[in-house]
Ligand binder design. Structure first.
Ligand code: 5AD
Ligand code: SF4
Length: 465
């Protein structure tokens, strides 16, 4: 397995990612960490020497998916074995962190189990497994900083929009949520490290950066000036990087939405008018049982303040139905709040009991049929308000950042400031640029439009690395 980094043999790596954007970011970083050992990414599991499942534990279904996926991985491994080739299998992510040894016991096909705080050790784990044939579990929270240990992001495929994790873990302990256990305590990367990473991305042609954190607005990184930087100060600093034209961040907790951050929506043109702000439930009794640290009224007051700073902002949210003890009346308060706020986008879920969380031990679990019914009526309302938000953008001229090809030949696809997908007929050369688009129609999941005929586009930024 020992290979010199400059003469790696071509080995294939397949990563299947489940769950949130932080997992997508982690998958990219794992692929980069394995590059020096000669691993090249492939989209085909059947040809991979190493398969990584980067898993999600947030809801029951997400965890179950891992075990059924492992069944498919086993078949791929057996097929390769028949051709005399070995396949190594690793389970990463939050199921790895939460279940550790149990995965090794339940799925004999798995060679390595590695939690999210140990990805910088992946190369070593793979090399050890290859030379000893031993199965390993690495789910400690090591003392060293994994971000400092992971290699700097190398130049690679052309990318217009990128994610950067700035904060990880959570100290909020909402009673339904596994994140504080799987991702650990809140941790912020330093502004210096983040600025350097974003500058490298900018030099590669990236124009939009989304800062990620489970609780991103609780960000407090140790600045070079000795002061703790807030998310607002970090965003201001990143807005100073000339070729970064758009900034976003997710996910925010209402409790940590400070005035500096709210004001920034009205002050910093590079900060896009889109905010994901989960409210989870509309009943104060349920919010208290969820340990959310805010009431429905606090949430609405906050929304009013944000809309005052940036009247056109698109709000997005997460909502849970069927939390233990939730009555029809409680649920109606959730519907009413969603109806008043009118979200541009929303993600809604049936409550699922997660092992080890306080809510899982509560009596009075809501029966499945009631959860199902509540979810359906909530989703009908959310869908109606999403579509009405989309319809309101028809007839407007919006700057669209083009990220790739469209669904039809001759078409390219991009995002509006409000994160709506926008399709236009235009040359591929425009990808990587922002153009003004007259929005002409709103479909079920996207907008279509026409590029302003007076628009003169610049050559896309060349990758400098
Ligand atoms: N059951 C249902 N939904 C959950 N979420 C988190 N934990 C659970 C759970 N146990 C939802 C929350 C959170 C989103 C990422 O997932 O709405 O904001
Ligand atoms: Fe989970 Fe609550 Fe932390 Fe969000 S704020 S990650 S829901 S514990």
């Amino acid at each position: 397995m020992a290979q010199s980094p400059d003469k790696p043999s071509a080995k294939k790596l397949h990563i299947k990612t489940f769950g949130c954007q932080m997992n997508a970011y982690d998958s990219e970083r794992m692929a980069e960490a394995l590059q020096p050992a000669g691993f090249q990414l492939t989209a085909q599991m059947a040809e991979a020497d190493l398969v990584i499942l980067n898993t999600c534990h947030i809801r029951e279904k997400a965890a179950e998916k891992v075990y059924s996926e492992l069944g498919r991985v086993r078949l791929a491994k057996e097929a390769r074995k028949a051709q005399g080739r070995d396949t190594m299998i690793a389970v990463a992510g939050c199921v790895a962190q939460a279940e550790g040894r149990e995965i090794i016991a339940r799925a004999p096909v798995v060679d390595i189990v590695v939690g999210p705080q140990s990805y910088h050790r992946l190369g070593q784990l793979v090399a050890e497994a290859a030379s000893t044939g031993k199965r390993s579990v690495e789910t400690e929270f090591p003392a060293e900083d994994k971000f400092a240990e992971l290699p700097a992001r190398p130049a690679g495929k052309r990318q217009v929009s990128a994610f950067v994790t700035v904060q990880e873990g959570c100290d909020k302990f909402c009673s339904f949520c596994v994140v504080p256990y799987t991702r650990g305590a809140e941790y912020s990367r330093t502004p210096g490290e983040i600025v350097a990473e974003v500058e490298r991305l900018a030099a590669r042609g990236v124009r939009e950066v989304t800062l990620l954190g489970q609780n991103v607005n609780a960000y407090h990184g140790d600045g070079p000036d000795g002061a703790a930087w807030s998310l607002a100060s970090l965003l201001r600093r990143l807005a100073g990087i000339p070729s970064i034209e758009r900034l976003r961040f997710t996910t925010s907790h209402p409790h940590d939405m400070d005035d500096g951050l709210i004001d920034l929506f009205g002050e910093e043109p590079k900060l896009m008018p889109y905010l994901h702000l989960p409210f989870q439930a509309g009943s104060d009794r349920i919010l208290a049982a969820m340990n959310r640290k805010h009431t429905a009224d606090d949430y609405e007051t906050l929304v009013a303040k944000i809309r005052q700073a940036r009247p056109d902002i698109a709000l997005s949210t997460d909502i849970i139905v069927g939390f233990p003890g939730e009555t029809e009346r409680d649920f109606e308060e959730t519907l009413a709040l969603a109806g008043r706020v009118r979200f541009a986008q929303a993600y809604s879920f049936k409550y699922s009991a997660r092992p080890g969380t306080p809510a899982a031990k509560l009596e009075d679990q809501v029966p499945e049929p009631a959860k199902k019914e509540r979810l359906a009526s909530l989703q009908a309302l959310l869908e109606e308000s999403r579509r009405s938000f989309d319809r309101q953008t028809v007839g407007r001229r919006l700057p669209v950042l083009f990220e790739g090809k469209g669904r039809k030949p001759g078409q390219i696809a991009g995002r509006s400031p409000y994160l709506q997908a926008v399709y236009v007929d235009a040359p591929e050369g425009l990808i990587g640029n922002i153009a003004e688009v007259d929005i002409s129609a709103a479909g079920p999941n996207s907008l279509t439009g026409v590029i302003d005929s007076g628009f003169e586009w610049r050559e896309p930024v060349q990758a400098a690395l």
